[in-house]
Design a protein around this ligand. Sequence first.
Ligand code: DAH
Length: 348
Amino acid sequence: MMKEQLAKIKEDALAAIHAAGQSDELDAVRVKYLGKKGELTAVLKQMGKLPSEERPVMGQMANEVRAALTDAITEQSKALADVALNLKLKAETVDVTMPGQRQAVGHKHPITMVIDEVTDVFIGMGFQVVEGPEVELAAYNFTKLNTEEGHPGREWTDTFYITPGDVDPKNDAVLLRSQTSPMQVRTMETRKPPIRIVAPGRVYRKDEADATHSPMFHQIEGMAIDKGITMADLKGTLNEVVKSLYGEDAQTRFRPHHFPFTEPSCEVDVQCFECHGKGCSVCKGEGWIEVLGAGMIHPKVLEGCGIDPDVYSGWAFGMGVERLAMMRYGINNLKLCFENDVRFLEQF
Ligand code: DAH
C-alpha cells in the first residue's frame, strides 16, 4: 500500500520536475512534494503505523525517493539557469561586424572660421576677446564715438532703430548696432589701460542684399590703449596679422581716410592674393582689396570714457569679416553665406 504510494509520488514528482519551465514553478513542485506539508512528508508521517518489520524497508524506499527528487530538482534547476543564461547572452550579443550608424557631424560656418582665425592671431599677441550687445544705444553707437547729430549714419534710412518714434534718433534711442565700434566705448568705460581687445560680432545696416552686401554682416573691432602708443604700433600689428593670414609676402597699403572717432584715420588694403597687385577680376582691376578702417583713437573719445588723452593714446580698427571670408574661400556671392544650404556649407 505505502510502497505503491511512494512509487506514485516518485513518478508524479519527477514528471512535474521535468515539466517545470521556470525556477518558481520548480520551487512550487519542491514544496508540493518535499515541503513540511508536502506529499512525501505526509507519507513518512504514517510510517509509525506500519508493522515494525516493514518500517526499515519502507524507510529506505522513502529515502531513495527523497534523494531521487532532490537530485532531479538540482539538475532541473541547473538546466533552467543554463537556458536563462543562454537567452540573456543571445539578447545581448553585439555583432561587431555590423556597419555603424553614421552620425551627420556639422562644422563651423566659413564666417565663424574666419573670425576664429583672426581672433586666434590677436590672442597670440596678448589681446583679449570681448563681446557686447547687438541691440545698442545710440549713445554708444554714435555719440560717445564723436559722431555728431546730422551724420548720415544716424539717419533712419541707414540704421535700424528699435524704439518707437525713432525717426529723430536721440542718445537714448535703441538701435541695432551698425558697427562693432561701440565695443571700444564699452571696454574703455569698464577697464583701465593698458587695454588690448578684439570684439567680433554681428552688425546691421539698411543695405539692400546683393552679391557683396547684406543687412546683417560681421565685423571684428580691435583696440590697443597704453602710454606711448603710436600709428607705428597700429601698422606693425596689422602687418603681422595680415602676414599670419595671407603669408609672409602679403603686402598692405595704408591710405588716409576719415572716421569721426579716430584722428588720424586710415583705410587698409591688402594686395590682391590673386594677381599680386597687377589688377584682376577679384580686385576689380585695383590690385588691392580694402579690408578695414582704422586710426588713432580721437582724444575726445578717450576723454569721454574717462581716459586722459595726455597720458594715454591708442589705436583702433574695424574689419569686415565677410570681405575676408569671400577672399579667403573664393566665394563670389555673399548671399550664399546666409542661405543655410548645406551643399554650399559642406564645401569648407
Ligand atoms: N566702424 C567703422 C565702420 O564700420 C570701421 C572703423 C574705422 C573702426 C576706424 C575703427 C576705426 O575702430 O578706428 O566702417
